[in-house]
Design a protein. Sequence first.
Length: 390
Amino acid sequence: MAFDLEKIRQDTPGTQNRIHLNNAGSSLMPSPVYQAIVDHLDLEMEIGGYEAHARAALACERTYDAIAELINCHREEIALVENATVGWLMAFHGMRFEKGDRILTAEAEYASNVISYLQLAQKKGVVIDVIPSDEDGQIDITALEAAIDDRVKLISISHIPTNGGLINPAERVGAVARQYKIPYLLDACQSVGQIPIDVEAIGCDMLSATGRKYLRGPRGTGFLYVRKSFLDQLEPPFLDLHSAAWTAKDTYEMRADARRFENWESYFAGHIALGVAVDYLLDIGIDTASERLCSLAATAREKLSGIPGITVADIGKHKGGMVTFYHDRIPAEDIKEKLAKEGINVSTSNISSTRLDMEKRALPTLVRASFHYYNTEDELDTFLQVVSTP
């Protein structure tokens, strides 16, 4: 469909009462997504959970097709999981590491991922090597290639880090990974739905994403992509009768597709709604949606930079819809509270989320305003006015 902002905002009741600039935290669901959840829960209440799932089987299966269409893969390469972290952990801990193996990551890596690296370093003696950023603030591809040796067992980065506008050059990282035949795990928690994602062009072997952020799906949903040719190099850390079959008294056989990373009990109402959310985005067009939200963010950066006392902290040659900034006298939490009193939702980002990057740049806690395609220029102006008012 053509981009119809008025219709989109009518579909988004939350826009009527607040200015929502916390889309990197959790976006406002459109009405069709909300209704899909309610309808399935009503069905469960009326006829029973198993029976409702059987009746809604086609809607559940549509979610796999919708995601596959969005990121350019096959439906057999998609697992529906509780959230992006679960998907990432299933992939990461599904790999086989030994003492001395090296993991290459970026300076702007997210805390949850780094904690898992550290856990594996303590348990198995793997080595974590952080690739420096280039002059633009993104992972340095030359340094990445120079760091590779026979002990490198994984390249793992966040596509769009949580604390700024940076879009890491995922395709260039993928080219290096392919050249040296190194597994590549991409945390796309912030990027799926925010910018176009093509796993074939990126060249990643594994990718994790959430439903609640830029896809505008419900909380408690997410997915994991695993390239079919890489699937048998992973063994999920947990298996059950859904992810594997008990084939004989002493044997089992894992599923042949990515659903080996799922488990039996699932949030089916949420999974159906996630598919509706992806279809809603596909109808708008990811290119159209991304261009709009990135344009709003670019305008915000430009105008925030002109406000006395404000410093925009975003880095990267290419930037997305997240804008981070701080005031030289007013703490970020105070700015967040001030905006909330005016009906404007933002969040803050502190050192506990991206310690390596924020320590290197000596950044204080940041205000994070994250834009979506349903935000308006008038909302942007109101936001700027409140920020600039003493």
